[in-house]
Design a protein around this ligand. Structure first.
Ligand code: PGA
Length: 249
């Protein structure tokens, strides 16, 4: 029998996506203030206001020179030159503007042989001393990274098949005629749970059921985000629009 210890998940409901981003940046700055910080970053639309604020801070003097960073995931078959790749997204939205050099940040290589690359990436995270703070979004189906429903809580970085729901949601990031890849490389849920702190951001009415599923009801691989409740230092920042219907204390 597996015995799981459930921890108290912190949930902060904030006014809107700007307030969520402001609070997220406060938490991220605590990590950036560490002597040798390792920040795990997510792609997707929800963290964009956070990255905008980090760019502004870099422009006004905050140094990222000692930061190392790891991306959560990448599509199989896409390289840094492909606009919808997560390499390209992160280079454009965050790493380039805050001045992170190629030796400071890592993302799974979508063009490499996936199984060997997954192993290499997991090892690189471990060799960096692990992740201090992992930023996370959530899919409408409760996925974290590209860990779709049914992913094991002890899963490590690996090749996964994307759900139809995820491909449909992500189609907006692809030019007409270019299909969303069927597969991706993602940190596993076990990889994510090893980070010393987790910070999930959830905004907008399309995430109402994802948020309530994450924080209420049973902890289950059917809703990967429920794994956050097994982490001793996890925070969810949600806006009012996503939190409609949640019980308030
Ligand atoms: P989104 O994606 O922030 O664009 O909604 C989140 C996710 O799919 O994890």
């Amino acid at each position: 029998m597996t015995v799981r210890r459930e921890f108290c998940l912190r949930v902060e409901i904030l006014r809107d996506p700007d307030a969520v981003a402001d609070r997220a940046v406060e938490i991220i700055r605590e990590t950036i203030a560490l002597p040798a910080p390792v920040l795990g970053v997510a792609t997707g639309h929800t963290p964009l206001p956070i990255y905008e604020r980090l760019r502004e801070l870099a422009a006004t003097g905050l140094s990222f020179s000692h930061l190392r960073s790891f991306a959560l995931d990448e599509y199989c078959g896409l390289g840094p030159e492909d606009a919808p790749s997560y390499h390209a997204f992160l280079q454009q939205e965050l790493f380039g503007p805050v001045g992170l050099g190629p030796d400071q940040w890592h993302a799974p290589d979508g063009l490499a042989e996936p199984d060997a690359e997954a192993h290499r990436y997991e090892t690189a995270i471990r060799d960096a001393g692990g992740i201090d703070l992992q930023i996370l979004g959530i899919g409408r189906n409760g996925h974290i990274g590209f860990n779709e429903p049914g992913s094991a809580f002890d899963s490590l970085t690996r090749r996964v098949t994307l759900s139809e729901d995820t491909k449909k949601a992500n189609k907006r990031d692809f030019p007409p005629g270019q299909p969303v890849p069927h597969e991706a490389l993602t940190m596993g849920i076990g990889t994510i749970l090893r980070a010393r702190k987790l910070l999930m951001v959830i905004t907008g009415e399309t995430k109402i059921s994802a948020l309530s599923g994450a924080i209420m009801g049973p902890i289950t691989p059917d809703i990967p985000a429920t794994a956050l409740r097994l982490h001793p230092d996890a925070t969810i920042l949600a806006d009012e629009a996503a939190a409609v219907g949640l019980p308030r204390i």
